[in-house]
Write a protein that binds this ligand. Sequence first.
Ligand code: MV4
Length: 447
Amino acid sequence: MYNRILIANRGEIALRVIRACREMGIESVAVFSEADRGSTYLELADEAYCIGGARSNESYLKIDRVISAAEVGNVDAIHPGYGFLAENAHFNEVCRSCEIDFIGPTPDAMQRLGDKNEARAMAREANVPVVPGSDGLIESEEEAVKVAHEIGFPVLIKATAGGGGKGMRVAHSALELNTALQQAQVEAEAAFGNGGVYLEKYVEHPRHVEVQVIADQHGNVVHLWERDCSTQRRHQKLIEESPAPNLPVDIRNSICDAAVRMIQNANYHNAGTVEFIVDKDHNFYFIEVNARIQVEHPVTELVTGIDLIKEQIRVAAGEKLSFTQDDIVLNGSAIECRINAEDPDKNFQPCPGKIESLFVPGGLGVRFDSHVHAGYTVPPYYDSMIGKLLVHKPTREEAIDCMMRCLDELKVGGIKTTAPFHKELLRHTDFNDGNIDTTFVERTFLD
Ligand code: MV4
């Protein structure tokens, strides 16, 4: 097992990994930017090094600075968290060439899964359903029109280097398709330095269901059931939950089995997520693999009782998974609300600033993963999430009631947060009925 791990991240996920390390008897090395200097969570690490300026491209995204801190800190491994360098295959490779373990998949698996067209081909090969669409990248307008006529409009043009909703365009007719295709290619080239695009049938009102998986380096792959992340706004997730409401048990088993096949075929070793969209008839389609630990991983921890960060560290260090598929029982219902420093009344505009006072809810089955405290100033440079409020109860109904109670108890003085908006969502009939798809928020709360 490792002696020392550097966490190449900040905020709640840095703290989450520091805590796992402490419990495992592993020393932790934190890094921070000028904007995070003096943050209390850094004191919980064994060491902390400044790696540069406030803006992420001057610190958390600077590979040479992160590697220097890892060398000075004499660590065995780097945990990338989520965001920043977590899915950067070049960084992954640099770590390994410096003989520092990257806590994640191999650079090759990461690189292949990061190419969405390639990932789609890998899914097909593993007999995992993909959305009807082009066989590979679109090489010409004629090809695009031909595929679109085969699958039927509307179609969705996706950038192969995109993901998470970046670089997507809908076309409803051949006329729209020609302009949309050119625009998509130019945009993708500018945004990602890769103009490759592919075509899929546009699935209307899909649900977003993702399967948590973990794979060790000895050929063992298991899933830890699914999360429903349909409650999102402009590709920003607001609420995640497990199990997915109203998902028939046979469909659910098929999706989870498909996720395992995908991961086996990708030769992937790490915690990870296989993302699907599910249509109103419960057809499910592979979308992409997230080759990292995700923000919402605690939802799965609550319903399975498995510490995903510890397990992720163990498999990176070469240990075998400490459980088999049959050991993973989904217990009750868990919900997470992302608490962001944003003003829901002003189009979710970020509201950085000083937290003057803070009261955190508690009670049986309540968890708040956060690095903030009274007197902490939320810097304007990074994403606006200040914490994740989670509840775990025997049923979804009880979880919703408990979350409402917790959102009432939560008091963040000095800045606006998304907590009041979460109460609106949880009060809504459609949410309570599990009538949620990826259009729920924008359809219900027009802005
Ligand atoms: C789609 C889709 C409809 N049809 N693909 C958006 C993020 C990226 N992971 C995939 N996304 C979508 N792909 C087809 N063929 C609708 C979405 C989509 C979406 C998916 C998951 C979660 C939220 C979403 C919000 C809008 C659109």
